[in-house]
Design a protein around this ligand. Structure first.
Ligand code: ADE
Length: 224
């Protein structure tokens, strides 16, 4: 899989991509992530990539020309399954969407900054608009990282335990059960007896019950 991320603040993406599982997934060639600095596609003396909106209003809007140039260059090199614009007014990101995106071959993620991007980019280039939640971030970079992280960990081989992505919260519509490790007692708090016994059937039953209780308590909307 290949993900091209277009950003006006590429440094924001550096650390999340160069640590831990995302770093290893790239080293193992499971995914190729290329960050493109939008400013390098501005050709005027001051490398301007944003301007005030027509009609007035607060904030700056990313200009269309650098974005079109960058995306069209990438499109001339390969075919993209989706060109995603991350924005608070996009469709809500969830595990199902992460599963779906993890099967794609080439993706572009376009990060907005300041007040947004010129509408013509959204109409002509963008194929999918995604929000990571009902709140407004200062830019799309963190959202792009959330989506990339959720997608990449699903690629077979990205996380050590092949099973664990399948048993995540949300994969089958329930939240995850509590987890414990050694010691069996810490500051008077004991690990539930059933987990110490080694009876797999009983452990499964306990986990299922805990998952239902947690989901019922925290996310009644998921219990329908
Ligand atoms: N950009 C600003 N806020 C965002 C959000 N909630 N999701 C995705 N991109 C964003």
């Amino acid at each position: 899989m290949r993900i091209d991320i277009i950003s006006a603040v590429p440094l924001l993406l550096k650390s999340p991509l160069s640590e831990s599982i995302l770093k290893r997934a790239q080293e193992k060639k499971l995914v190729q992530i290329i960050v493109h600095d939008l400013r390098s596609y501005a050709h005027d003396k001051h490398k301007i990539i944003d301007l005030p909106p027509y009609g007035g209003g607060a904030g700056m809007i990313l200009k269309p020309e650098p974005i079109f140039e960058c995306v069209e260059k990438l499109q001339s090199e390969r075919t993209y399954d989706d060109i995603i614009y991350v924005t608070a007014d996009g469709e809500a990101f969830d595990q199902k969407m992460a599963n779906d995106l993890s099967l794609k071959k080439n993706l572009i993620i376009l990060c907005g900054h300041y007040k947004g991007i010129d509408q013509r980019v959204r109409e002509i280039l963008v194929t999918r608009e995604i929000s990571i939640g009902d709140y407004v971030l200062t830019g799309g970079e963190l959202a792009a990282m959330v989506i990339s992280d959720a997608v990449i960990r699903l690629i077979p081989g990205a996380i050590g335990d092949g099973e664990s992505a399948l048993t995540d919260s949300f994969q089958d519509g329930l939240l995850d059960a509590p987890s414990y490790t050694r010691p069996p007692e810490f500051r008077g708090m004991k690990v539930p007896e059933v987990l110490l016994g080694g009876n797999h059937k009983e452990v499964s039953k306990w986990k299922e019950k805990q998952r239902k209780l947690k989901t019922q308590h925290r996310r009644k909307d998921m219990m329908q």
